[in-house]
Design a protein around this ligand. Structure first.
Ligand SMILES: N[C@@H](CCC[C@H](N)C(=O)O)C(=O)O
Length: 258
């Protein structure tokens, strides 16, 4: 059967997008989803996202990691899916959609997609790291010389280590550039490698840097290998609300897969 797909990227975090409003896509075929995401034998992507109808909202987001398994929230994916929904004519410049972690709002202005993320009510600060959940779980460590840091080896050791058990965690390494700017590199669970950018990851980093006092700003720039993202938020009694992930989301190409 022929499959129409669209390839999107948001700061280099890339996704195969499928309009599944007719529910024709086989969601249980993990091997097929992993195959479509394979960079040598398939289309190639960090994840695959289905856009589906929802009775109460503009659309529903269903997200799979490159390993073919459905996973928790993808921030860059949510931004790209909002751009895809606009391209399909499902929305204009604003969206309210449901994802695995709940309701999201998105606003699109000149190719920049701002996505409201879940409130973060709990931050776990330890001596060497911070852990928080921004829709997906994120371990955060500050390091020196991030450019030459072995993200894959060190990230994999933490992801599969004792701290996070069977479920594992995404792992972010951070270097402070200035009061409101941080460089971030992320090892992504389900891709099992470093990706060029991770939306829930940079969101977690911005909040963590505020929480541990590395910044007092509530608009933070995160520099990833795939480009810059911004995160804004309000602070209420040690919790983070009104959290927005802001950055570009671009159609790369569309195609048909046999
Ligand atoms: N790239 C994503 C994160 C996707 C989910 C993650 N790999 C997981 O399984 O936890 C993002 O932009 O947030």
């Amino acid at each position: 059967m022929k499959l129409n797909f669209y390839k999107y990227q948001g700061t280099g975090n890339d996704f195969v997008m499928i309009d599944n409003r007719s529910l024709h896509f086989d969601k249980n075929n993990t091997k097929h989803i992993a195959f479509l995401c394979d960079r040598r034998f398939g289309i190639g992507a960090d994840g695959l996202i289905l856009l589906e109808n929802h009775p109460d909202y503009d659309f529903k987001m269903v997200y799979y990691n490159a390993d073919g398994n459905e996973s928790s929230m993808c921030g860059n994916g949510g931004r790209c899916l909002s751009a895809f929904a606009k391209q399909l004519g499902v929305i204009n410049d604003k969206a309210t959609f449901i994802a695995i972690d709940g309701l999201h709002h998105a606003v699109i202005e000149q190719g920049v997609v701002s996505l409201q993320m879940q409130d973060v009510l709990k931050v776990n600060k330890q001596q060497d790291y911070v852990f928080l959940d921004t829709g997906s779980p994120h371990h955060i460590e500050m390091v020196n010389d991030l450019e030459h840091f072995d993200v894959k080896t060190k990230g994999s050791a933490i992801r599969y280590g004792n701290l996070y058990g069977e479920a594992g965690s995404n792992v972010n390494f951070v270097e402070k550039i200035s009061e409101d700017t941080f460089a971030v590199r992320t090892y992504e669970r389900g891709v099992e490698d470093e990706t060029l950018s991770c939306g829930t990851g940079v969101t977690a980093v911005a909040l963590a840097m505020h929480y541990i006092g590395e910044t007092e700003k509530n608009l933070v720039t995160l520099k990833t290998k795939g480009g810059d993202l911004k995160v804004s938020f309000t602070v209420e009694n040690g919790t983070y609300k009104n959290v927005w992930l802001i950055g570009p989301a671009t159609l790369v190409y569309k195609g048909t897969f046999e």
